[in-house]
Design a protein around this ligand. Structure first.
Ligand code: AMP
Length: 180
């Protein structure tokens, strides 16, 4: 189900821009002001629940760390399990790892090898924002590597001009609540 214009505005206006964070030239989309606004947070979660309740999902996988907030809340609403995709070195069990390029240097994400106990699990991956798509692309590769079925990739915000969604859509359809 699509969002009403009123709820779209409510969600959009609850997200604040912080200029030059974490470094000069970046406009950081701060979602803490969405999370502490119960009307905006609920409107978003209602929308995501409404959209995904008919997808017959087995798990929601959230990307470290803001993807955990929306992903875990959504998994609970859908009465299914939650799986974290973490930055390197945080998961205690046996993991698989994927390296990806940043503007300067590299980063790595990983997932537990046994993250999805159900065979051919239907998985929705979620994060707060897609910029270049490097993080989500690496995370999508991991989910497929452990033999899960990546059904869709969801973002609250898509910085469209960076075209990160193009890269990620090679793995699964991409849905973003708000395009910027
Ligand atoms: P990317 O790999 O370039 O798509 O970057 C996506 C990751 O970096 C996400 O986990 C975002 O939370 C974070 N991120 C990148 N750019 C921004 C931004 N302008 N505002 C807030 N978070 C950002």
């Amino acid at each position: 189900m699509s969002l009403t214009q009123e709820n779209r505005d409510l969600i959009f206006n609850s997200i604040r821009d912080i200029k030059d964070f974490p470094k000069e030239g970046i406009v950081f989309k701060d979602i803490t002001t969405l999370l502490n606004n119960k009307e905006a947070y609920q409107a978003l979660m209602n929308h995501l629940e409404e959209r995904y309740k008919s997808y017959d999902l087995d798990y929601v996988a959230g990307i470290d760390s803001r993807g955990f907030i929306f992903g875990a809340a959504l998994a609970d609403r859908l009465n299914i399990g939650f799986v974290p995709v973490r930055k390197k070195g945080k998961l205690p069990g046996t993991t698989v790892c994927e390296k990806y390029e940043l503007e300067y240097g590299f980063d790595e994400v990983e997932i537990h090898l046994d993250a999805f106990p159900k065979k051919n699990a239907r998985v929705l991956m979620i994060d707060d924002l897609i910029a270049t798509g490097g993080t989500a692309n690496a995370a999508a590769k991991l989910i497929k590597h452990v033999d899960a079925n990546l059904v869709e990739v969801c973002f609250l915000l898509n910085l469209k001009f960076l075209k990160g969604d193009k890269k990620v859509s090679e793995h699964a359809p991409v849905y973003s609540v708000l395009d910027i």
